[in-house]
Design a protein around this ligand. Structure first.
Ligand SMILES: [Zn+2]
Length: 116
């Protein structure tokens, strides 16, 4: 009986040492892999946030939006939280600025069509 207990105790001791060894061997690659996965996910999140910020602060042609602030739009005469101050001194809200851009794009396209 005592010999059997000693045998079991020794077997259990070797099993514990073996499991501990495997944990020591496998833990660093698993931790490094998880950290690398976290870095990849964070990098993608940062890239998407930068692209979203760029999309919000730049026009479709890559030029930045003009400086903005609260004020009254000179075209629709409404008080808005975001009114762009153009270089010409005109102050336009986001919607009117979009209409101005669309009309300028249409005018440029017409000029290109006429010149061809
Ligand atoms: Zn307006």
């Amino acid at each position: 009986m005592i010999a059997q207990d000693l045998h079991n105790w020794g077997f259990n001791l070797w099993m514990m040492i073996g499991c501990f060894g495997w944990i020591i061997i496998l833990a660093p690659p698993v931790i490094v892999g998880l950290l690398y996965l976290r870095i990849l996910l964070r990098r993608g999140r940062i890239r998407r946030a930068v692209a979203e910020h760029y999309r919000r602060t730049h026009l479709s042609n890559g030029a930045p939006y003009p400086p903005s602030g609260r004020g009254v739009c000179q075209r629709c005469k409404l008080a808005k939280d975001k009114v762009y101050s153009l270089k010409s001194g005109t102050r336009l809200c986001h919607e009117c600025f979009g209409l101005l851009l669309a009309s300028e794009l249409a005018r440029r396209k017409d000029e290109e069509d006429v010149s061809k």
